[in-house]
Design a protein around this ligand. Sequence first.
Ligand SMILES: Cc1cc2nc3c(=O)[nH]c(=O)nc-3n(C[C@H](O)[C@H](O)[C@H](O)COP(=O)(O)OP(=O)(O)OC[C@H]3O[C@@H](n4cnc5c(N)ncnc54)[C@H](O)[C@@H]3O)c2cc1C
Ligand code: SF4
Length: 331
Amino acid sequence: MMILPDFRLMKPTSLSEALSVLAQNPGAMPVAGGTDLLVSMKHGLFKPPILVDLKGAQELHRIEAGENGAILGACVRLSQVKNHPQIRARYPALSQAAEAVASPPLQNRGTLGGNICLDTRCYFYNQSEFWRNSLGGCLKKEGPVCRVAPGSKRCFANFSSDTVPALIALGARIKLIGGPDGEREFPLEEFFVEDGIRRNVLLPGELVAEIHLPASQGLLSGFRKYRKRGSIDYPLVSVAIAFRLSDGRLKDVRVALGAMASSPVLALETMEALEGAVPTPDLLANAASLVVKRAKPVKNQAGTPAHRRLMARVLCRRLLEELTCAGGKHE
Ligand SMILES: Cc1cc2nc3c(=O)[nH]c(=O)nc-3n(C[C@H](O)[C@H](O)[C@H](O)COP(=O)(O)OP(=O)(O)OC[C@H]3O[C@@H](n4cnc5c(N)ncnc54)[C@H](O)[C@@H]3O)c2cc1C
Ligand code: SF4
């Protein structure tokens, strides 16, 4: 049986109070839905003396979507993202991704901010303390070497959030609050760091406040995920694509991959091959085959890296075909 370690739960009622509690208590961690963090705490991966519950901060619950774009607060639940009529209509990649996370009860509890800040995952890390100690730990926790790549000085734990590739394909920007400069906002892809331990650029005491999506006029988008079972499983591969069709040609193409590295990846070669092109079956298949240039999984999840690379290519081709058909231009 895995037991939660002792901690104190603080329940601020505003964003400013949450930030000041975090600033005054170094070592405290924010918690939103707790569906990732509490499991990790039971595994002994984190032992924060204080958890700061963000859900009382009403500022983080904003969810608005219209002609000019969308704003989603960090504490918006995944089920709200999945079911919001305007998100479903304007940003289907995002509602499909939220629907692909875990299972409905976890979507009802888990938040968008928690999904963005999700810890990276690895077969040698997401285990009980007893299991890890019997092996001697690894670079990410309690040990001297990476068990996946023993010669490496860095950790390759897998980036496993489902909503992030969709948000990146849709051109999302992230707003952080509580850093030395107060607020900062930038493209979501710049939030992540290709290092399984550091993960992202959040500073101590800083929080994800909001996600901003640009206007969706004419945008076609979708998300596909490959996993062991049809639900309650993290991605082995995920692909999100967004583009416009103008005069029969692909425009503003963005293709993002998840679970292929320690951070989400923009498939730049695929995007270049598609931009401005007429979407014929051969063109789509060739462009999809280029995702392997950016898909670099290592052997720290189920399946082989070669199979996961192949599935990235397959999912990308299928999704491109479906979306271009839906746009009415595919022959
Ligand atoms: C059985 C199971 C299956 C799962 N399957 C999937 C899956 O398929 N795909 C997937 O993407 N996820 C999956 N998850 C993980 C998790 O349920 C989701 O990622 C969820 O969105 C996490 O949100 P949360 O609010 O519960 O995060 P929490 O657990 O509350 O927090 C996660 C991390 O984010 C930090 N954090 C939370 N909010 C903020 C904020 N606003 N600013 C800064 N830091 C913050 C916390 O400190 C913590 O480090 C699964 C979990 C379980 C238990
Ligand atoms: S990739 Fe290596 S260092 Fe990172 S969690 Fe896995 S075994 Fe540990």
